[in-house]
Design a protein around this ligand. Structure first.
Ligand code: NAP
Ligand code: GDD
Length: 344
């Protein structure tokens, strides 16, 4: 009999790639989806999986709807990916972030505890937990044992959830795990995140649709991987016999400036002409450097990142260029690329 999975955050970047992966593995896939005034289905449509998933309305701040989704889906596995996932917004909306990313996770844990403790739970934890902890202990690479020192309301909410996952695992013997994922990107990345903001804007600049791109701190470093590979790691974590937390990363870090320069190079654009730095896009506290060590994931899960930084940049630039060329050629416009880039 095919396995059943419930994904919260199915309309997001990871949710849609994970849904595709599980469908390919013959799972019955259910998705908790939040009602918004304009539906956000562009990723699901772009992967062509709309007829193969069952959507259940719900919200991470509404326990009744979470329980209802679990009762309806009868899942063997739950992937809790829903979150207010943008660090910048967490400074402006710290309480919403805490409700969705912190308390919401305990609602999922409680619902599982009450409905069926055999359900395996993957939780989308994050390298943001490490924050500027590296300043305290100065490790080369961050792993499962590194100091956690969050520097944003987003990371503080995720740290609360991280410990609750561990506590429910230890207290009630539940199979609940944290995937401590470093940044991962793709052509399905939200436009507010720096990589996609850059590739979308540069594609438009190349085609004469926009003149300049405004960015904040170009010196911060991130360990950027390719999202479709990272959802494989999520699945692998739930296939283990013992629940455990894993760091998922590439083991390389690059500055925002390097990403920008590579993307410009690929399009033959000069960043000194088309990029403007703006203080208003700097964060109240910056997480300066993220660099992961996924030795444990390689050993236990046999998981390793495969797409290198340069290739990732190229994949994203090429796709945004193709989207805007299609738009100019009068083809039906794909999804959200028309969103106002000034919003971000
Ligand atoms: P994303 O594209 O921003 O997707 C977030 C998802 O959460 C969307 O489906 C969104 O629904 C949903 N959501 C937000 N608030 C909700 C609420 N109150 N109730 C129900 N659903 C809600 O994020 P992502 O990049 O796929 O990331 C997936 C998860 O991994 C997140 O938890 C994120 O914090 C974490 N993470 C991401 C990365 C990364 O680099 N991508 C790294 C580490 C951890 P709408 O479509 O309605 O907005
Ligand atoms: N978004 C954005 N926009 N970031 C900018 C900009 C800009 O115009 N200019 C510079 N940056 C810098 C940010 O200050 C940050 O240092 C870096 O680019 C990356 O920012 P984001 O792409 O917004 O990602 P993030 O690292 O803050 O968070 C992402 O990764 C986390 C895992 O480490 C998100 O996906 C989180 O949900 C995830 O947990």
């Amino acid at each position: 009999m095919s396995k059943r999975a419930l994904i919260t955050g199915i309309t997001g970047q990871d949710g849609s790639y994970l849904a595709k992966l599980l469908i390919d593995k013959w799972y019955k896939v259910f998705g908790l989806y939040r009602r918004t005034s304009s539906p956000n289905m562009w990723r699901i449509l772009s992967l062509g999986i709309q007829n193969e998933i069952r959507l259940i309305p719900g919200d991470m701040t509404d326990m009744a709807s979470i329980s209802n989704a679990i009762i309806q889906a009868e899942p063997d596995e739950i992937y809790n990916l829903a979150a207010q996932s943008f660090v910048g917004t967490s400074f402006e909306q710290p309480l919403v972030t805490a409700h969705v990313d912190g308390i919401g996770v305990v609602m999922v844990l409680e619902a599982i505890k009450q409905i069926n403790r055999k359900i395996k739970l993957y939780h989308a934890s994050t390298s943001e937990l490490f924050g500027n902890g590296r300043v305290i202990t100065n490790p080369d690479h961050l792993d499962e044992k590194s100091v956690l020192w969050p520097v944003s309301p987003y990371a503080a909410s995720k740290l609360y959830a991280f410990h609750q996952i561990r506590i429910y695992r230890e207290a009630y013997g539940m199979f609940a795990v944290n995937g401590i994922l470093f940044n991962h990107e793709s052509p399905l990345r939200g436009m507010e995140f720096v990589t996609r903001k850059i590739t979308n804007a540069l594609a438009r600049i190349k085609l004469g649709l926009q003149k300049t791109l405004e960015l904040g701190n170009l010196d911060s470093r991130r360990d950027w991987g390719f999202a479709p590979e990272y959802v494989e790691a999520m699945w692998l974590m739930l296939q283990q016999s013992v629940p455990d937390d894993f760091v998922i990363s590439t083991g390389e870090s690059h500055t925002v400036r390097e990403f920008l320069d590579l993307a410009c190079q690929h399009l033959d654009l000069d960043p000194s002409v088309c990029v403007v730095q703006s203080k208003k896009l700097f964060r109240p506290i910056e997480l300066n450097c993220l660099l992961g060590n996924s030795t444990k994931a390689k050993k236990v899960l046999q998981w390793e990142a495969r797409t290198a930084f340069r290739e990732l940049t190229k994949i994203m630039v090429d796709k945004d260029l193709e989207r805007w060329q299609d738009y100019l050629n009068g083809k039906i416009f794909p999804w959200d690329a028309i969103n106002d880039p000034l919003l971000y």
